[in-house]
Write a protein that binds this ligand. Sequence first.
Ligand code: F0G
Length: 406
Amino acid sequence: MFARSRIRCMGCSREYGDREILYTCPSCGSLLEVIIDPPKVTLEAFQGRPLGVWKYAEFLPLEDGMELVSLDEGGTPLYPCDRLAKWTGVRKLFIKYEGANPTGSFKDRGMTLGVTKAKSLGSKAVACASTGNTSASLSAYAARAGLTCYVILPSGKVAMGKLAQALMHGAKVISVKGNFDEALKLVMELSTKMGIYLLNSINPWRLEGQKTLAFELVDQLGHVPELVAVPMGNCGNISAIWKGFGEFADAGLIPRKPRMYGIQAEGAAPVINMLRKGLESLEKVVNPETVATAIRIGNPVNWPKAVRAIRESGGLYDSVTDNEIIEAQRLIAYAEGIGVEPASAASVAGVRKAVSEGVIPKDSEVVCVCTGHLLKDPEEVISVCGRPVEIPPDLRAVSEMLMRTP
Ligand code: F0G
């Protein structure tokens, strides 16, 4: 019931078999992508199956009899958010809440596929560099599969919740005194040299799991959304979601595709800078900086795929400041009851900015992908909200305090 697949180079179109371990094209060095033949299915085929990554097995590139490594990922809520719609100025706004995944971020969609693939290829160890969520997810799925997991993190810049997950799931965690881009370069060299299976988003199999977010949106809305806003870091997710819509369209299941809106943090916005300047290649940001540490990336490896998604979809792109991110994060939390980490809030902040500049029409229906859970970064919360006041445990003091608090 799984799709037959092969790997194709984005640059020279050369094709490779589905059991070759490759991260870039051996011939020209470009990014690789998984190609599946569009399955002959109707939407009815999916009815009655639980919402989640594996609901869409016909679109997933695996072989029958494979042992799936799963923690029941995907199937995340799509919340209608009327107060946020009002705040941003659009007619309808939905949050696709990826914080509800097993390890609290969208990465789980990719890791169920990626670690299943690693296992079927006979790998004994997996590795990644990470701003935090990839490492939290990979370490959990590696534990589930019984594989050794190596994680390389930029020292001092990984949120505490994410680090806690990687440590407790038993990954071998190494902090390097450098940023994510340097950590990724290192782990790519190491994995090739030591035969460890690499599960950063440069691995095209991982993105196959992440594309299911598009399928779920069609399922949950009952139609194709007009605009999907996605925070961009290493640029895998927006590419994967766009691929998902493309495959549903190729299979004749949807009549059109949405516009994709890619958003970066102002201090880490190489793709936005490139598009603004009309360049055809990326100018790295050497010292990326943002409160949204998940997307603190200056040299995103998947930029060609993200640029293609934005251009092909007739989409939008912009950057938002740390203040705009924090303002949106707070509003999502207290106006809608949805707790997200800073990077996730960039999608909502980006929509507000685009509406105020007249780039998104006010009668639009928008889906904001909120990629990670609030609890991932408790230190940011305390720095933004402050600590609660401490008083003696007596009734008068507590009553006085309550009267004073607005
Ligand atoms: N939001 C969150 C919460 C993330 O953790 C990431 C990426 C993104 C958005 C951006 O997604 O890289 O596919 O464009 N985090 C990676 C990590 C880089 O290592 O956890 P992307």
